[in-house]
Design a protein around this ligand. Structure first.
Ligand code: BGC
Length: 359
């Protein structure tokens, strides 16, 4: 069973003996003893209520960005297929809400807590509390810093940035001026992506003229960032965008200045609108991260951990205090050239991606 409570702790997903009100407990015991033996029909009902299923709490940042609903749906359906029950909580981008939702999971004695951290630096204490309570903790997609998480499962985020950098180098012939509008500065993935991006440009004559950040991944920041740059009578050769949602706003600003299609734009997530822009020529590339693999593997790992297994990973990553086992998945660059091969039929339908393209 899966539940989304939209930020409000309050639904008990599994009845345990100690949570049953005393009066109900007495009624059940009376019914069983009146029937004279332990074979009473009511006993099965009680067992059903008790549910031995693995209990997973999934704490998510928000659903504003297209990908996260997919993450949730794939994760929940895989976990359910494996016999687990999942309680999904949406923190709507608020750190304090996320912490209280994780505390709620601890109170409910979940077996595993899976977290998409809003701010990688704010969960040290609550993760410690969960670990002390014997709960396994999985950092999903975003690393949690200075916390003893059991595993971090994500894509190679540095490579996401590397791919953007390498593709721009190729497109620009190794020279030009670019501006970068990254995502949330407290999302650890952003550090990796921009690090990989800058490294990929080393040795080229590409100059980064301005760098900005979109707090809370607020895409509109991308619109203002580009608009004010253009207002200075400067036109960049390319805009590196932290994700496709930001790219949407960047392309909007470019098109208001009749520059859409003339400035290279990068992004990540392979959102449908970004794939449409790529085949239409207003976005150069995106980075596709197969969420199916991420969400399914995370669900499998969560259930295995709850059952006492220790999953093996090929890598570890240092989070400031601990070497965390890292299940690292590969991102893929997507342009007009490989759109059909990588995306069509796997992530989006052809008729949707080519909706506005004749032909
Ligand atoms: C993820 C991106 C996503 C962004 C905003 C990042 O941590 O890596 O895929 O677009 O968060 O939600």
């Amino acid at each position: 069973m899966s539940e989304e409570i939209d930020g409000r702790p309050g639904i008990v997903m599994r009845k345990k003996w100690k949570e049953l009100p005393l009066i109900l407990l007495l009624l059940i015991l009376t019914a069983v003893s009146v029937m004279g033996c332990g074979q009473a029909a009511g006993e099965n009902d009680v067992e059903e209520e008790e549910s031995d299923a693995v209990q997973i709490g999934f704490s998510m940042d928000s659903f504003l960005i297209e990908r996260w609903q997919r993450d949730r749906d794939i994760f929940v359906s895989k976990a359910q297929e494996l016999g687990a029950e999942v309680n999904v909580q949406n923190a709507n981008g608020e750190v304090s809400k996320q912490i209280s939702q994780i505390e709620y999971f601890i109170e409910k004695e979940m077996d595993v807590i899976v977290i998409v951290a809003i701010d990688g630096e704010t969960l040290t204490e609550v993760v410690e509390k969960a670990k002390k309570a014997g709960i396994k903790v999985i950092a999903y997609d975003r690393l949690i810093l200075n916390a003893d998480v059991d595993i971090y499962i994500s894509f190679d985020n540095e490579k996401v940035g590397t791919l953007m950098g390498e593709y721009l180098r190729k497109a620009l012939g190794d020279e030009g001026t670019i501006i970068c509008i990254n995502g949330s500065p407290v999302d650890n993935n952003v550090t990796f992506v921009s690090g990989g991006f800058e490294k990929a440009l080393e040795g080229s004559d590409i100059r980064i003229d301005r760098v900005g950040y979109a707090d809370n991944w607020l895409a509109e920041v991308g619109f203002d960032f580009v608009s004010s740059y253009l207002a200075e009578e400067k036109v960049p050769d390319a805009v590196m965008c932290g994700n496709d949602d930001i790219a949407t706003q960047v392309v909007k600003a470019l098109s208001e200045n009749r520059l859409a299609g003339q400035v290279y734009v990068t992004g990540q997530d392979a959102d449908l609108v970004a794939c449409q822009r790529i085949v239409e020529g207003t976005q150069y590339m995106t980075v596709y991260k197969p969420l199916e693999l991420l969400a399914q593997s995370a669900a499998e790992i969560a259930v295995a951990m709850a059952e006492g297994e220790v999953p093996e990973t090929g890598a570890t990553i240092y989070n400031g205090s601990y070497d965390v086992p890292f299940e690292k998945l590969e991102p893929v660059a997507v342009t007009k050239e490989n759109m059909d091969e990588v995306i069509i039929g796997k992530y989006h339908q052809k008729s949707d991606v080519y909706l506005n393209v004749q032909g």
